[in-house]
Design a binder for this molecule. Structure first.
Ligand SMILES: *[C@@H]1O[C@H](CO)[C@@H](O)[C@H](O)[C@H]1NC(C)=O
Ligand SMILES: *[C@@H]1O[C@H](CO)[C@@H](O)[C@H](O)[C@H]1NC(C)=O
Length: 387
């Protein structure tokens, strides 16, 4: 859990500007405003991040700021924030079957969002599009289309990261990897091939598998993850890898379900800095990300996760899916959640919101811009919490 403390505000210099509520007001490397808008006060969340929190205790001249003793361990991911650009995953069913052709996300969205401060794009794809037969070779024609999207995202800024996201729910055509479905070797094969193509670019993060769910044996699944990590390293790639848990990559289930096993996965490179945990969290009534209204910010779920990660080897996780509708409830609650994610760096490396890309502007969780005009959720909840 984070320790809350008071901060001493500099009162001697002229205050040039005031930070808005929930905005950043201090931390290592921060050069922006340190005074908060009326009604909120600056609260130290960690050495890297202080935030204007409504109703927080007023700064007191007798309290002392904590010494910035913590540094980000070498090799950790930088603070990331951005969006899922969906399309190549369209019509992948949750049983891992696939009937479509994929839709190319508009390339213009990458510079659009990068200009606003986004530095993370997650680009999902169907396993069946990349390798039309299970365990077979990559379709070079599809790969070239997919890669144009990846390169457009990378080219939108010098510090932009891309998550290459295999969006198949741990399944191929209804059957679970190593639990009745494809063998571990067949699954490792697609990653061995992608490692050969993307292994030289450290800004490409490998999202090993989207949302495993209803997995009969979580420990068998974690063994599959270990073998995939080994295969990627054997192919020579040193990229950051996102390790998926169970229960739809649930952030809430992670500390008690897959987490205790996933923290034991080893990296043939040595160390664990490049093994990042992949978690999702939605804020609607049933946690599904299918309703326009949000009922919780679920910050307590993320605090529990952060505490687990800090006491289990000081590891990093990334919230690669969260989101809400363009409604007042989600603008408030998603904003709270993302402000917490930002404050919990480096344990939480960042977030990508679901979703833009080829989704149209009527999709219930859309953050696809209307022409050049951003959705209200993006403007009110996401943009203020970008890195
Ligand atoms: C390979 O990809 C191309 C372009 O996406 C597609 O037209 C073709 O049908 C794919 N081949 C197979 C065998 O699926
Ligand atoms: C998180 O939100 C979900 C959906 O509203 C709720 O079911 C769950 O109890 C919440 N968890 C916590 C710890 O608040």
């Amino acid at each position: 859990m984070l320790k809350y403390a008071l901060i001493v505000l500099a009162t001697t210099s002229v205050v040039l500007s005031q930070q808005s509520t929930w905005g950043q007001c201090g931390g290592i490397g921060w050069s922006g405003p340190t005074a908060c808008a009326s009604g909120s006060n600056c609260q130290v969340l960690n050495p890297y991040y202080s935030q204007c929190v409504p109703g927080a205790p007023a700064p007191s001249s007798t309290a002392s700021a904590p010494a910035p003793s913590q540094t980000v361990p070498t090799g950790f991911l930088p603070r990331l924030g951005g969006v899922n650009t969906a399309g190549y995953d369209f019509s992948v069913a949750t049983d891992g079957s696939f009937t479509g052709t994929g839709v190319t996300p508009p390339a213009s969205q990458f510079p659009h969002f990068a200009n606003e401060g986004a530095n993370l794009f997650r680009i999902p794809f169907a396993w069946q599009l990349m390798t039309p037969t299970v365990g077979g070779t990559i379709n070079s024609s599809f790969f070239s289309t997919y890669d144009q999207t990846v390169q457009a995202a990378l080219n939108s800024g010098p510090n932009v990261y891309v998550i290459v996201d295999l969006h198949n729910y741990a399944r191929w055509n209804g059957q679970i990897i190593a639990q009745g479905g494809p063998t571990n070797a067949q699954f490792a094969s697609i990653w061995t091939q992608l490692a050969a193509k993307y292994g030289s670019n450290q800004r490409i993060i490998f999202g090993i598998m989207n949302e495993p769910h209803d997995i009969p044996s979580v420990s068998t699944w974690v063994d599959t993850v270990q073998q995939t990590v080994n295969a990627i390293r054997a192919a020579g790639a040193t990229n950051y890898l996102l390790l998926p848990g169970s229960s739809w990559s649930s952030a809430q289930a992670f500390p008690t379900e897959a987490g205790p096993l996933l923290v034991k996965v080893t990296d043939p490179l040595g160390g664990t800095n490049k093994l990042i945990f992949d978690v999702h969290k939605y804020l609607d009534s049933d946690n599904s990300g299918t309703h326009p209204d949000c009922t919780t910010d679920n910050v307590s779920v993320l605090q529990t996760l952060v505490s687990f990660l800090q006491t289990n080897g000081n590891r990093q996780a990334i919230l690669s899916e969260t989101g809400g509708g363009n409604t007042a409830s989600c603008e408030q609650l998603l904003g709270n959640e993302l402000a917490y994610v930002k404050s919990a760096y480096p344990t939480l490396a960042g977030f990508s919101v679901w979703a833009a890309g080829a989704f149209d502007t009527t999709y219930v969780l859309t953050v696809t811009p209307n022409g050049n005009q951003d959705q209200p959720l993006w403007v009110d909840a996401v943009q203020p919490n970008l890195p």
